[in-house]
Ligand binder design. Structure first.
Ligand code: NAD
Ligand SMILES: O=C(O)C(=O)C[C@@H](O)[C@H](O)[C@H](O)COP(=O)(O)O
Ligand code: ZN
Length: 352
C-alpha cells in the first residue's frame, strides 16, 4: 500500500492499494457522518464490473447509496449528462453533508467532479479511478469539466476530491486501447519532469510494475498541483501535447481519437516545433515517437495544420493575444513559453 497527501486548498489522501475498492466504506467513515447519502456515478462499462463492490462497502459502513450510470465514452462528457447527475442528487435529496462517488475513467471523474463542484454550490466527492489515465492523472488535482462542441473541457471548475482511492487491480479489465491511452499521459510526465521515468517507461516491462508507475506519476502531479493549484504557471506543464491534442479531439467530434492518443500526437508535434526552433535537443522527437510506438499509440494525424491552429483558439492557455506553449529543452525538462498567437503559423511551419 502506498499513500500520498495532497496539500492544496483542501488537503486529501491518495491511497494506492490492490483490492482497496472493498475498503471504500471504511475510509469514507472518516470523512462523512453515519447515515450520509451518496450518489455513485459510473459509466455503462464500469458500473457492472465494480459498482456492486463499492456500493456494498459503503452500505456496510452505514451509508445509503444510489447509483447512476451514463453511456461510456467521451461523447457523454456534456452538460446534458451533468443535468442528469443533478436530477439524481435532487431525487435523493442530497445535502452538503452528503457526497458523490466517481467510479470509472477520466470521463466519469471529470463529470462527477463538476457536478459535485456545482450542486448546492459544492458538495464533497470521492475519486475511485479505474482507467490507467484516471489513476495517474485525472483523479488528482481537482480539474473538473465537460466539453462543448466548440472545444474540450470548456465548462468546468477547480474542485478537489476529498479522497482518491486507486485500486490497480481494476486495470485487469481495462481494454488494451485504454491502457495505451494512459501510457501517453505517463510518457508526458517523463517528458516534462523526469528522464528517469521516461526511461523506465520506454525500457522496462512496465506492466510488471504498474503500482510504481502510478505512484511516480501521481507524485509528480501532486507536487506540481500543490505549487500551482489554479493553473497560472507551472501547472501548465501538465498540458504538454494538449494544445494540439485537444484541437484534434474537437476536430474529430470527440470520437475518432481518445484523449491519450490525441495528446501523444500533440507531444510529437510540439517536440518537432521545439527542435525546428533550436530550443529542443535534437533527437527528442524521435525518442517520444519510439516511446509512443511501444504502446501502439499513433504519432501523427492527417488533419491539416491550419485547421488544428484554428481550433487552438479555444485553448485555456490563450490570454489576450498570447498563448502559452509547453515546450521541452530535452526529455525531463519542460517549460512554458508565452508567444503571440499571430506567430503560431510561422513557429509551426515545420508541421506543414
Ligand atoms: N481532470 C484532469 O486532470 C484530467 C487529466 C487527464 C485526462 N482528463 C480527461 O479524462 C478523460 C479520458 O479518461 P479515460 O481515458 O479514463 O476515458 P474514459 O473515462 O472514457 O475511460 C476509457 C474507457 O475505459 C472504460 N473503463 C474504465 N475503467 C475500466 C476498467 N477498469 N475496466 C474496463 N473498462 C474500463 C470506460 O468505460 C471507457 O470505455 C478525457 O475526457 C480527458 O479530458 C482529465
Ligand atoms: O491537471 C492538469 O492541469 C492537466 O493539464 C492534466 C491534463 O492531462 C488534462 O487532460 C486536463 O484535463 C487538461 O486540462 P485543460 O485545462 O487543458 O482542459
Ligand atoms: Zn490530459
Amino acid at each position: 500500500m502506498k499513500e500520498l497527501t495532497v496539500n492544496t486548498s483542501k488537503s486529501y489522501k491518495i491511497q494506492i492499494e490492490r483490492g482497496c475498492l472493498g475498503k471504500t466504506g471504511k475510509l469514507a467513515e472518516r470523512l462523512f457522518k453515519p447515515g450520509a447519502k451518496a450518489v455513485l456515478v459510473s459509466d455503462s462499462n464500469v458500473l457492472p464490473l465494480y459498482g456492486e463492490r463499492v456500493k456494498q462497502s459503503l452500505e456496510a459502513a452505514g451509508f445509503s447509496v444510489h447509483t447512476f450510470a451514463f453511456p461510456a465514452g467521451e461523447e457523454s462528457k456534456q452538460l446534458s449528462c451533468i443535468a442528469q447527475i443533478y436530477s439524481e442528487c435532487a431525487k435523493h435529496r442530497l445535502t452538503r453533508s452528503d457526497f458523490l462517488v466517481a467510479l470509472g475513467g477520466g470521463v466519469t471523474g471529470d463529470m462527477t467532479g463538476f457536478a459535485a463542484a456545482t450542486y448546492l454550490r459544492g458538495i464533497p466527492f470521492i475519486q475511485i479511478p479505474t482507467s490507467l489515465l484516471a489513476q495517474i492523472d485525472s483523479s488528482v488535482g481537482g480539474k473538473t469539466a465537460v466539453d462543448l462542441p466548440q472545444g474540450k473541457n470548456l465548462v468546468g471548475a477547480f474542485h478537489q476530491p476529498c479522497l482518491v482511492l486507486i485500486d490497480p487491480d481494476t486495470l485487469e479489465t481495462l481494454p488494451q486501447r485504454f491502457l495505451s491511452d494512459g501510457m501517453a499521459e505517463a510518457i508526458k510526465y517523463g517528458c516534462i519532469k523526469s528522464r528517469e521515468l521516461f526511461d523506465m517507461i520506454y525500457k522496462e516491462d512496465i506492466r510488471q510494475n504498474m503500482e510504481e508507475l502510478i505512484y511516480r506519476c501521481v507524485d509528480i502531479k501532486r507536487e506540481i498541483v500543490q505549487r500551482d493549484e489554479f493553473d497560472t504557471g507551472e501547472r501548465m506543464l501538465l498540458n504538454f501535447g494538449h494544445t494540439f491534442g485537444h484541437a484534434l479531439e474537437k476536430l474529430y467530434g470527440f470520437s475518432k481519437l481518445s484523449h491519450g492518443e490525441a495528446v501523444g500526437i500533440g507531444m510529437v508535434m510540439m517536440a518537432k516545433c521545439g527542435e525546428s526552433m533550436g530550443i529542443t535537443k535534437p533527437g527528442t522527437t524521435n525518442e517520444i515517437i519510439a516511446a509512443l510506438r511501444k504502446f501502439q499509440l499513433p504519432t501523427s494525424d492527417p488533419m491539416p495544420i491550419d485547421q488544428i491552429l484554428s481550433a487552438t483558439a479555444f485553448d485555456k492557455k490563450n490570454s489576450g493575444g498570447m498563448i502559452g506553449l509547453i515546450l521541452l529543452k530535452q526529455i525531463g525538462e519542460g517549460f512554458v513559453d508565452q508567444i503571440y498567437r499571430d506567430r503560431l503559423a510561422e513557429l509551426t511551419e515545420v508541421l506543414q
